[in-house]
Design a protein around this ligand. Structure first.
Ligand code: ADP
Length: 594
C-alpha cells in the first residue's frame, strides 16, 4: 500500500497546488483590475466631460453680460462726459444681482475702474488699475476677452469676460463681468469628487481639495514666480509644489500618486482657454475589489483543493480497505492452495507407492505364469543332464574315457542354459530402478520374447518378427522396456484366445532420430468400451483375477519417462496394434532391414 505522502504530495502536485493557490488568484486579480480600470476610465471620461461642460456653460451663461452693459446709453454717456458715478454704480449693482454674477464693472481707456457693482463695499474695485489684465487689453483691441484669473482684492478665482464699450466705432471703455467659480468647487466637494483645474503655469486654481489650492503640479523656477507676481495673478499665495507622480498602466490608464493617495487621472484642456481640467478617481475601491476577488478566488480554490484532498484521502482509505480484504482473500486462497498441493503431493506419493506395489504385483503374477514355463525349460535340461551323467558313469565303468569329454561338454552347455533361465527370472523379479543407460532395443525385444516363448507355444501363437541388422540404441531402463513389451505380448495372447490362427507381429524400425516398435495381432481389436481410456489405470475387460487394468497405464508411464510416445489403434480387417516411439540416443540412418 502506498504511503500518505507518496500518494498526495509528489512534486508536480505541489507545483500545481502552489500555482493554483497563489498564481490563479493573482491572475484573476489582474484581470479584474484590468476590467475594472476600463470601466473606471470610461466613467472618469464621462465625468470629466460633464464637469468641463458645467464650466463651459458657466462661461457661456455670462457671455452676453458685458455686451449688454456696453450697449447701455447711460454707460456711454458716463464714459464720454463723466459726472456723478452713483447712478451708474447702482445700475451695475442691479445688473449683477439679477445676473447672479460675482461683480460687474467698467474700466476707462486708461485701465482705471470707473464704476463697479461693489461700489458700496469696503473692497470696491473703483479706482483700481486693471490695465495689465489681458481681458482689458483684448477689449481695448475691439475684441471680447475671456480670462480665468484670481481676483487681486479677495484672491477669489473666477472667469473675467470683457467687452469693448464703443461710441461711433471708438473704444471708450471696457465692460467686465466676473463670475466666481467657488460655487463650482463647493459643488464638486459636496459631490465627493476630486477635481482640479490648472492654469497655463500649472498652478491649481480650482479644486475640490482646499489644501491643494494654489499649489503647482510642476516646480516653478524663480524667474517664473517673479513674472507671475508681476502680473499679480495670485498675489497672496506662495505657489508651493504639490508632490505628485504619474505613470501609465496597461497602456491606457494614467495613474497619479499624490502623497499616499493613488488616483486614476484624466485630463483635458478647456476649449477657448489655456486651462486644463483633471478628474481624479480614487483607486481605493479598485484595490478593494481586486483584493476581494483575489481572496474569494483563493478561498474557493483552497476549498476545492481541500475537498479534493479529502475525497482523495477517503478514496485511498476505501482502496486500502478493499486491498486489505482482497489480500486476506488471497491469503486464504493461498493457504487452501498450499493445503491442496500438500494433499496432492501426499496422494501422488501414496499412488506412486501403490503403483510400485502393483507393478511388483503384476510382475509376481507374470512370475507365476512364468514358473510353469521355467519348470518346462528346466525339466528338459535336467532330464538331459541326468541322462548325460548316467552315460558318463557308464563310460567310466567301461573305461571309455575318450567319449567322456564330449558328453561332459554337453552337460556343461545344459548347465549354461539353465543358468540363463534362472538369470532372467532374477532380473525380472528385481524392483525397478531409475537407470538411464544406453541399451539396444533389439536385445530388449529378444529378451521379452524369450521370456514369453513358452506362452507363445502353449497358446499356439505364431510370431512375425522384423528388426534392423544393427543396434538400435535408446536410453532408459532396459528391464522396464522389457516389461512394456511383455505386457503387450501378454495382452495380445489374451486377445487371441478365440482366434483360429493367432498371430502376433513385432516390427522394430528407425526413422530419423526415432525408433518405433510396432506390435500387432489379428485378434478382435480393442473393445469399444475401452476406447480412448485404454491408458487409464484399472481399465480392463478381462475376468477378475486375470487382469487388473494396470499393464498399459504403467507401460504408458514408462514410455513417457523415456521421453517417448505410445499410440494404439485397431487394424483392418481385424486386430489391434500398438506403436512405441522412442528417441534414439544417437541419431542413425534410416534402416529397416530385418
Ligand atoms: P489388463 O491387461 O490387466 O486388462 P491392460 O492395461 O494391459 O490391463 O489392458 C487394458 C485393456 O485393454 C484390456 O483389458 C483389453 O480390454 C484391452 N487390450 C489390451 N491389449 C489388447 C489387444 N491386443 N487386443 C484387444 N484388446 C486389448
Amino acid at each position: 500500500m502506498k504511503g500518505f505522502n507518496e500518494t498526495r504530495f509528489n512534486s508536480p502536485t505541489v507545483v500545481l497546488g502552489i500555482f493554483l493557490l497563489i498564481g490563479l488568484p493573482f491572475i484573476v486579480g489582474l484581470l479584474v483590475q484590468y476590467d475594472y480600470l476600463q470601466d473606471l476610465e470610461q466613467v472618469s471620461e464621462e465625468r470629466l466631460t460633464l464637469y468641463e461642460m458645467t464650466l463651459d456653460s458657466e462661461l457661456r451663461k455670462y457671455e452676453y453680460l458685458p455686451y449688454l452693459i456696453s450697449e447701455n446709453g447711460m454707460v456711454t454717456n458716463f464714459l464720454n462726459r463723466g459726472g456723478e458715478g452713483v447712478p451708474i454704480n447702482r445700475f451695475l449693482k442691479r445688473v449683477n444681482t439679477i445676473a447672479e454674477s460675482s461683480v460687474v464693472y467698467i474700466i476707462g481707456t486708461d485701465g482705471i475702474v470707473r464704476a463697479a457693482s461693489n461700489w458700496d463695499r469696503p473692497n470696491a474695485f473703483i479706482g483700481l488699475d486693471l490695465g495689465f489684465r489681458p481681458y482689458f487689453k483684448d477689449a481695448m483691441a475691439g475684441r471680447q476677452g475671456t480670462f480665468f484669473g484670481v481676483g487681486i482684492t479677495r484672491g477669489e478665482p473666477g472667469i473675467y469676460i470683457s467687452h469693448p464699450i464703443k461710441d461711433q466705432d471708438k473704444v471708450i471703455g471696457v465692460a467686465v463681468a466676473k463670475i466666481a467659480l467657488s460655487p463650482l468647487e463647493h459643488l464638486w466637494k459636496e459631490g465627493g469628487e476630486t477635481l482640479l483645474v490648472t492654469d497655463s503655469n500649472g498652478v491649481i486654481v480650482l479644486t475640490s481639495r482646499p489644501s491643494w489650492k494654489y499649489m503647482t503640479l510642476t516646480p516653478l523656477d524663480a524667474g517664473m514666480i517673479r513674472e507671475i507676481h508681476a502680473r499679480e495673478h495670485y498675489p497672496k499665495y506662495q505657489l508651493q509644489h504639490l508632490p505628485w507622480r504619474s505613470r501609465t498602466r496597461f497602456g491606457f490608464v494614467r495613474e497619479a500618486t499624490i502623497g499616499a493617495e493613488r488616483f486614476l487621472l484624466n485630463t483635458r484642456g478647456i476649449p477657448g482657454t489655456d486651462w486644463r481640467i483633471s478628474y481624479l478617481t480614487p483607486q481605493g475601491p479598485l484595490w478593494e475589489r481586486t483584493l476581494g476577488v483575489s481572496l474569494t478566488t483563493f478561498v474557493v480554490l483552497g476549498l476545492a483543493v481541500l475537498t479534493r484532498l479529502f475525497l482523495r484521502e477517503r478514496r485511498q482509505r476505501q482502496i486500502s480497505r478493499q486491498q486489505a480484504v482482497e489480500a486476506n482473500h488471497i491469503r486464504d486462497i493461498n493457504r487452501k492452495l498450499a493445503q491442496e498441493v500438500e494433499e496432492r503431493k501426499r496422494t501422488e506419493h501414496e499412488l506412486r507407492a501403490a503403483q510400485e506395489e502393483l507393478v511388483q504385483a503384476g510382475k509376481l503374477a507374470a512370475l507365476g505364469e512364468m514358473a510353469t514355463a521355467i519348470a518346462h525349460e528346466l525339466n528338459q535340461p535336467i532330464a538331459a543332464t541326468k541322462t548325460y551323467i548316467a552315460s558318463c558313469r557308464l563310460m567310466l565303468r567301461r573305461n571309455k574315457l575318450e567319449d567322456l569329454d564330449p558328453t561332459l561338454i554337453k552337460v556343461s552347455e545344459l548347465g549354461d542354459r539353465m543358468a540363463k533361465v534362472t538369470g532372467q527370472l532374477k532380473s525380472f523379479a528385481r524392483r525397478t530402478t531409475d537407470k538411464n543407460i544406453e541399451f539396444d532395443l533389439r536385445q530388449a525385444i529378444k529378451e521379452a520374447l524369450n521370456l514369453m516363448k513358452h506362452q507363445f507355444l502353449v497358446e499356439n501363437c505364431d510370431l512375425k518378427l522384423s528388426m534392423p541388422g544393427q543396434p538400435v540404441l535408446v536410453r532408459g531402463d532396459r528391464m522396464r522396456m522389457e516389461q512394456v513389451l511383455i505386457n503387450l505380448f501378454r495382452n495380445g495372447l489374451d486377445a487371441l484366445q478365440e482366434t483360429p490362427s493367432p498371430l502376433i507381429g513385432v516390427r522394430l524400425s528407425v526413422e530419423g532420430d526415432k525408433a518405433t516398435i510396432h506390435v500387432w495381432d489379428n485378434g478382435p481389436g480393442i473393445a469399444k468400451e475401452v476406447g480412448k481410456k485404454i491408458f487409464e489405470p484399472f481399465v480392463t475387460t478381462k475376468k477378475e483375477g486375470i487382469g487388473v487394468g494396470l499393464g498399459l497405464s504403467i507401460s504408458y508411464k514408462i514410455v513417457k519417462e523415456m521421453k517417448g510416445d505410445f499410440r494404439v489403434a485397431n487394424r483392418e480387417p481385424c486386430g489391434a496394434e500398438f506403436y512405441v516411439h522412442l528417441p534414439l540416443s544417437k541419431p542413425q540412418q534410416d534402416d529397416n532391414r530385418s
